[in-house]
Design a protein around this ligand. Structure first.
Ligand SMILES: Nc1ncnc2c1ncn2[C@@H]1O[C@H](COP(=O)(O)OP(=O)(O)O)[C@@H](O)[C@H]1O
Ligand SMILES: [Mg+2]
Length: 296
């Protein structure tokens, strides 16, 4: 059975064993060879995560197809950032598992058990996943271009000439080719975030994760960043975006996912979930965050 079939089964059979490492091991060892056309399939199965005694992810199951755009919304503290961080194994999971194109994230199967990968292999796996945070985290002592080409040169051992050529293409894509030699302090917040997006693209990731990419920006700079993400959404890279920008979610998402208290309360196409939420919690959240003039 494929890991994807396993995921579906585990959502319909609510047993305590669903999503356990042993179950993952059994299904992964059964094997799924991802076809080239499926680059960027993300499957999150019954993921649980606690910090101390507090369980912040209580069994999250979500699939995003190759090239899909999932927008995650929900109140502060509902577990959105933690979920994103489990996808690139910045957080270990306490239960369940995540695969990208059928390959387990952060773990490997030995015998019939899951073992955490070695740091070197975790880092290698992470090059498949670009991540853009609320705070841009650019290196202040490097220019825009140097920020973009650092990882390809260090992690992928690309030649400097090749990395620079590709880096300039990426800066062009985010509208900043003419600012390649500027230092972060010489750039606006919106421009810095666009450099951060170019940097995330530099390793040619299968998926891109955005955690509130516009929350730290002045309002007039939000759109220039959302426009870049909109363009990426049409480019075939799988995107998972946490945001409070409901207009963006409505326009760009294939699926809007509403999280509350460590769980996905519901998910669906934007027009369905905004106009007709099934759950009272979703309705209540949207009534607080969507302006009355917002047209579905
Ligand atoms: N490293 C951590 N240690 C302890 N608690 C954490 C840590 N990271 C997050 N939390 C807690 O987990 C819960 C979910 O946080 P988070 O995933 O950041 O939510 P969101 O992104 O939806 O605001 C919060 O209660 C938060 O305080
Ligand atoms: Mg967060």
């Amino acid at each position: 059975m494929s890991i994807i079939a396993a995921r579906k089964e585990s959502t319909t059979t609510a047993t305590s064993a669903a999503g356990t490492p042993a179950e993952a091991a059994a299904h992964v060892s059964a094997g799924t060879a991802p076809a080239a056309a499926t680059r960027g399939q993300v499957d999150i199965t019954n993921v649980r995560k606690s910090f101390g005694a507090t369980e912040v992810l209580k069994g999250v199951t979500l699939s995003v197809p190759p090239g899909g755009v999932a927008v995650i919304v929900g109140p502060s503290g509902s577990g959105k950032s933690t979920l994103l961080r489990t996808i690139n194994h910045l957080e270990k999971v306490d239960g369940g598992y995540i695969t990208i194109d059928g390959e387990l994230v952060g773990y490997e199967v030995r015998g019939n058990k899951l073992h955490e990968l070695r740091e070197k292999d975790i880092l290698k796996q992470r090059t498949n996943i670009g991540m853009v945070f609320q705070s841009f985290n650019l290196f202040p002592h490097l220019t825009a271009l140097e920020n973009v080409i650092e990882a390809p040169i260090v992690a992928q051992k690309r030649s400097k000439t090749e990395a620079r050529k590709r880096g300039l293409e990426l800066l062009d894509r985010v509208g900043l080719k003419d600012r390649a030699d500027a230092y972060p302090r010489q750039l606006s917040g919106g421009q810095q975030q666009r450099v951060a997006i170019a940097r995330a693209l530099a390793l040619d990731p299968k998926i891109l994760l955005f955690d509130e990419p516009t929350s730290a920006l002045d309002p007039e700079l939000v759109n220039e960043v959302l426009d870049v993400i909109r363009e990426l959404a049409t480019s075939g890279t799988t995107l998972i975006v946490v945001t409070h920008e409901m207009g963006f979610a409505r326009d760009v998402a294939d699926t809007v996912v509403f999280m509350d208290d460590g769980l996905i309360v519901e998910s669906g196409k934007p027009q369905d979930i905004f106009a007709n939420p099934r759950e009272e919690r979703t309705r209540s959240f949207f009534s607080k965050v969507i302006e009355p003039a917002f047209n579905i």
